[in-house]
Design a protein around this ligand. Structure first.
Ligand SMILES: [Zn+2]
Ligand SMILES: [Zn+2]
Length: 450
């Protein structure tokens, strides 16, 4: 008994001492056992946000609708007040977590009618958040990706150089190399090695070029030659034995809350999926934003073997549209990887309970869940996520009930997703191309007469 007690004690001590989660401490002198980086996305700063008695006038982003319960950290009918964004980044600064870098997947301006913004206003908002990041976290290398809102008019990012591309290239100079700045200015995408991880390359794609009804590329294949550039970059990385993290705003794959709708246009989705499959052995992770919800995807090869893990991070903004019942609490996340091969080991999702924060007048960011612990999986490798997704598909799956609560960043724990809702979620998690996705819907159709 005494020995068992000592063992438990020992385990507890190890638990408290470890630098992150799930990985043992490194022996002295062997370098860190775990590498970490932050992922933040979709800040959507609304500079007009202010508390006032007339709830229709709290923020321009509610577009005349009444704010629901406005407080110092925001409201679900509004985009983020500056105070919310500051609290998220201040939490990161004071978290005590040692990280190698941060990824930031875009969408800084608010959701307001086109005429309430301008190119200069969009640039100002991006500059505001960039300088906040640089001031609060001066020693942190940040890899940004542009979002569909990071342009004016929104969704119309061009395939040639523009005032916005030039402006962000200037703002992001402290983080990026000359080479990265050059392609960023030309087409809104770039690649760069992580300074303190020479065998890890970030590829920041401009998937906004393939998004939106008015996009410049509607009837063209790939006018910015981004696919060709991507393949070349991946090819060189393969030769140099580098690993790659893909970051972008609009994700590949299918929207998990809709039937048969890809986030980018289908033609471009198929092209990207082909490239990702071809280079899946060097792509160690893919990270996106845009949907404002927390979701995972597993890319399989054409034979059905899982080959890549994809993560869509929830937004910092809590905004919902008048038509939606649910939204997300504000969230930021921390990834953990094996510094020897950049394999993803774990993810910690942090969140702010907006109702609580507004009530107390102070922000209390805390862990919402730890991915491996919440689902009892080994790591974030494609095989582990694939096994998990298979468990989700089982009827009454407790794992899936949890997943759907986290989908909205614990905004409402009583939410239920059954029938079609669940089928769309499962098919989107496991199928990213048209053939396998259509097949998934067909199989469920036979079983449940969808
Ligand atoms: Zn967004
Ligand atoms: Zn977006």
């Amino acid at each position: 008994m005494a020995r068992l007690g000592a063992l438990v004690c020992c385990l507890l001590a190890a638990w408290h001492c470890r630098p992150g989660l799930g990985l043992p401490l490194a022996p002295a002198g062997a370098g860190p056992a775990v590498g970490q980086f932050w992922h933040v996305t979709d800040f959507h700063l609304d500079p007009t946000y202010h508390i006032t008695g007339d709830h229709t006038k709290v923020c321009a982003s509610s577009k005349g609708a009444k704010a629901s319960d406005p407080g110092p950290f925001g409201d679900v009918m509004c985009d983020s007040p500056y105070r919310l964004i500051f609290s998220a980044l201040d939490f990161i600064k004071n978290s005590g977590q040692k990280v190698s870098f941060m990824i930031w997947t875009g969408d800084s301006p608010p959701h307001v009618p086109v005429l309430e913004l301008s190119t200069d206003k969009v640039i100002n908002v991006i500059a505001n958040i960039t300088t906040t990041l640089q001031r609060l976290l001066p020693n942190l290398q940040v890899f940004p990706a542009l979002g569909n809102h990071d342009y004016w008019p929104q969704d119309q990012l061009p395939v040639v150089t523009s005032k916005v591309y030039n402006a962000v290239a200037n703002l992001w100079k402290p983080w990026l190399t000359e080479e990265a700045i050059t392609t960023l200015k030309k087409g809104g995408f770039y690649t760069q090695k992580v300074s303190n991880n020479p065998k890890l390359r970030i590829i920041s794609l401009n998937t906004n070029l393939y998004y939106g009804p008015n996009s410049m590329t509607l009837n063209q294949t790939d006018p910015a030659n981004q696919f060709e550039w991507l393949e070349n970059t991946l090819n060189i990385s393969q030769q140099n034995k580098e690993k790659v993290y893909i970051i972008a705003h609009v994700p590949v794959g299918y929207l998990p809350f809709a039937r048969d709708i890809t986030a980018i246009r289908k033609y471009h989705n198929e092209k990207l999926i082909d490239i990702f499959r071809k280079y899946s052995d060097i792509i160690a992770g893919q990270f996106y934003g845009h949907t404002h919800r927390d979701s995972i995807m597993v890319l399989s090869d054409k034979k059905g073997n899982p080959v890549n893990s994809l993560f869509v991070a929830p937004a910092v903004t809590p905004v919902r549209s008048v038509l939606e019942k649910l939204t997300n609490n504000p969230g930021v996340r921390l990834f953990q990887y094996d510094p020897r091969d950049y394999k993803l080991m774990d993810m910690l999702q942090y969140y702010l309970n907006l109702t609580d924060a507004n009530l107390k007048g102070e922000s209390n960011w805390k862990v919402e869940y730890n991915l491996t612990q919440a689902y009892d999986i080994e790591d974030l490798q494609p095989k582990s996520l694939y096994k998990l997704a298979k468990q989700f598909a089982i009827q009454e799956s407790k794992q899936f009930i949890k997943y759907y609560k986290y989908f909205f960043v614990s905004y409402d724990s009583s939410v239920i997703c059954q029938g079609k809702c669940k089928i769309f979620q499962i098919c989107a998690i496991m199928n990213l191309d048209v053939i396998s996705y259509t097949d998934c819907l067909r199989q469920y159709h036979m079983k449940h007469s969808l």
